[in-house]
Design a protein around this ligand. Sequence first.
Ligand code: R5P
Length: 289
Amino acid sequence: MYVLGGTSARHIAGNLARLLHQPMLHATYKRFPDNEFYIRLLERIDGEDVLLVQTAYPDEKIIELFLMQDAVHDAGAKTMTTVVPYFGYSRQDKRFEEGEAISARAIAQHISLHGDAVITVDPHKEHILKFFSIPAYSCSAVNTLAQYLKEKHIDFILAPDKGAKERAREAAGAIGCKYDYLEKTRIDGTTVSITPKTLDARDKQVAIIDDIISTGGTMAQSIKELKKQGAKKVFVACTHGLFVGTAKEKLLSAGCDEIIATDTIENEFSTVSAAECIAYLLEQTLPFA
Ligand code: R5P
């Protein structure tokens, strides 16, 4: 099997090749003066299994993904498994208002045009897997994040809201600590308090875990409140670190002690790799891995 890493997933693809003991497939990637993308595979892959890895974010990386799939398909690969570490547009997973596009479905349908299976990591909602017309699987990087947090001597894990409690429960199980979720209570027209539902943050080292950090707004507000309540240290961890605009500054000025993300989106906070959970899923699910 060959591993083809796209420009948005070089690190994770390299890690996957290493974990699966498979060679990388070499390719030329470039952009024309008008910024259109170009890909050329540099090895013959007819009759081979190919694992194609490319995060679908931001928009230009989605086009790259489609062209990578086209090249691999056309070159006669026996099987193609597309790994989309971060599946962009996953939050527009239904029609919230009349006339809207169901963006996650539209992207999934295009990815399904070629290939035999799709894998993604911690999708925002699991039901997006049904949008693919080829077998689609997900795995979770929560355990890998938890192993890292364990070294930080965390007293408890928090979910940013009740809906995300399951993720905190899973991380706490792996660490062997308590978990809770943050509850927003409206005090008056302009004030809300954000506090752990049952646990006391005073003098504690806490970690808030979420699937995505985008603008950092959700986390920053929670960090500020926890610090106000006397938390000794606040760590924030997520699978997909988008860190849009001034997210980093917002988190740090709110008092965050460390920002931890995986490499589904490669950036300065990609402390842990999601490759491990993908490799495990491949070995369990797909016979040719
Ligand atoms: C929302 O449902 C997600 O789980 C995250 O909580 C959200 O995307 C975070 O966004 P932001 O960083 O912009 O507050």
